[in-house]
Design a protein around this ligand. Structure first.
Ligand code: 5GP
Ligand code: ZN
Length: 131
């Protein structure tokens, strides 16, 4: 059983931010910023490729409510909502989860940087994406 399933089953401790029938939200053990929270479906799936529609609907219902609450009550300026998909993107726990990382200052301990690369042929990219 994965570490998040053990937390969901109560076999491992956590600091619970929110819980309903389908979703749990807990403080990330490694707080990138104050209030860094993980939103996790109770039903195990490895990642978004593996998640059924119902699971994603439950997550989508909870994410805006929790991110707004965290930003407001922690007096943050904004937040990142990030889900790493696959080891290449930094996923270390193979149970789907979304990070809510409140932002307070530009020099918070998180850097998300979009570096533009050479522009591809957009029509070729569209063909590739759409198969
Ligand atoms: P990922 O790297 O897969 O995007 O995120 C996994 C997150 O889970 C990491 O930020 C890590 O700190 C957190 N994490 C790993 N083990 C535990 C744990 O036992 N309890 C809690 N609350 N967070 C954990
Ligand atoms: Zn799991």
């Amino acid at each position: 059983m994965c570490i998040f399933c053990k937390i969901i089953n109560g076999e491992l401790p956590c600091s619970k931010v929110y819980e309903d029938e389908h979703v749990i939200a807990i403080l990330d053990i490694a707080q990138v910023t104050y209030g860094h929270t993980l939103v996790i479906p109770k039903k195990h799936c490895n990642d978004i490729l593996d998640a059924d529609e119902e699971t994603m609907i439950h997550i989508a219902k909870v994410l805006p409510m929790l991110s707004n609450k965290i930003v407001k009550n922690c007096k943050a300026e904004g937040s990142h909502i990030i889900s790493n998909q696959g080891a290449i993107s930094g996923q270390t726990v193979d149970h789907l989860h979304f990070h809510i990382i409140p932002r307070y200052r530009e020099d918070d301990a998180i850097v998300v940087q979009f570096n533009e690369t050479e522009k591809p042929d957009f029509s070729e990219v569209l063909k590739t994406i759409n198969g």
